[in-house]
Write a protein that binds this ligand. Structure first.
Ligand code: NAI
Length: 330
């Protein structure tokens, strides 16, 4: 029995999370769900998008599956997503990206993982207006966080049998902040002689990724670059409806879809639940339930290959119909 905090979230969140719970339960993995609130739903009900009770619940189980949470753009409360990562010290954001059988893509043979530093960099949230018309955001890079994420990336590469780590930076311009991040990656790389290590500047990396994504294995990068590159990488292999993410700390892990609340389709029963279900598969793998994780992945690939697809993948299956196709395969 494994206790998991469940955050249904906003927009399409409750729809796709409900689908995920049914599919994960069907594996017989014995997950026990404990529901908590965050995001706009929590703000409206409790006046706080990230209630202390929710953080306490996640600390208690050490494991969560979350739906997307609304963040007002350019005003209002700060992101509860970023809050969860920072307050629970989930310092590594992990986004695996690979081709799915049956999904048309311009690229074949893509199998890479983006490891993004999740707690500082441009997302430190330290901003102020200097004078009217001038605003400043501080980018914070520390040796401690940079060494920690580099070690996480190399350990992951070793565990998954990945052959190469590429650190992505802009140290030619940000010589101190990105320079420190790069230096830490180089120091850690020296401890993993069996794993090839190379370096790429973020702008060149963006180009290389859309030209030859199959050449990359593990990308280690900072918070903002990782955010952008992982969406770019998701787009290479079929889009946001498919891509999961893990936010991992030393004791706590929170899994989610990369996509947001999709307000344009919320409440219509047509969202693709695959990304959050695959996030559930990452969760299963994280707790050592490898067979159940593989069964979930295979069910998704089987359903898609058989032509059961939601609208974002060019089909007309509802969330319910797609979920039933997975349940039938489990
Ligand atoms: P979004 O990912 O919600 O939507 C972008 C486009 O992709 C929309 O056209 C949407 O319909 C489509 N889409 C997304 N997920 C889909 C799915 N599962 N099935 C079918 N189509 C799907 O991004 P957007 O519109 O920029 O953000 C909306 C809200 O979500 C904002 O408040 C934002 O802050 C929040 N957000 C939350 C995230 C999280 O909780 N981790 C991540 C990204 C955004």
């Amino acid at each position: 029995m494994t206790r998991v905090t469940l955050l249904p979230g906003d927009g399409i969140g409750p729809e796709v999370i409900a689908a995920a719970v049914r599919v994960l339960d069907a594996t017989g993995a014995g997950l026990v769900w404990e529901t908590a609130e965050a995001g706009m739903a929590a703000f409206e009900a409790q006046g706080d998008p990230l209630p202390e009770a929710t953080l306490a619940a996640i600390r208690d189980t050490g494991l969560a599956l979350k739906g997307p949470l609304t963040t007002p753009i350019g005003y209002g409360f700060s992101s509860a997503n970023v809050g969860i990562r920072r307050q629970l010290d989930l310092y590594a954001n992990l986004r695996p990206v690979r081709n799915i059988q049956g999904i048309a893509s311009r690229y074949e043979g893509v199998d890479l993982v983006v490891v993004r530093e999740n707690t500082e960099g441009m997302y430190s949230g330290i901003e102020h207006s200097v004078t009217p018309g001038t605003a400043v955001s501080l980018k914070v890079v520390t040796e401690k966080a940079s060494l920690r994420i580099a070690r996480f990336a190399f350990d992951l590469a070793r565990r998954e049998g990945r052959k190469r780590v590429t650190v992505v930076h802009k140290a030619n311009i940000m010589k101190l902040s990105d320079g420190l991040f790069l230096d830490c990656a180089r120091r850690v790389a020296a401890d993993y002689p069996e794993i090839a290590f190379d370096e790429a500047i973020i702008d060149a990396m963006a180009m290389h990724l859309v030209m030859h994504p199959e050449r990359y294995d593990l990308l280690l990068t900072g918070n903002l670059y990782g955010d952008i590159l992982s969406d770019l990488a998701a787009g290479l292999v079929g889009g946001l409806g498919l891509t999961p993410a893990g936010n991992i700390g030393d004791r706590i892990a929170v899994f989610e879809a990369v996509h947001g609340t999709a307000p344009d389709i919320a409440g219509r029963g047509i969202a693709n639940p695959s990304a959050v279900i695959r996030a559930g598969a990452m969760l299963l793998r994280h707790v050592g339930q490898l067979e159940a994780a593989a069964a979930v992945e295979a069910a998704i690939e089987g359903a898609i290959a058989a032509g059961v697809r939601t609208g974002d993948l060019g089909g007309d299956a509802s969330t319910e119909a797609f979920t039933r196709a997975l349940l039938a395969r489990l």
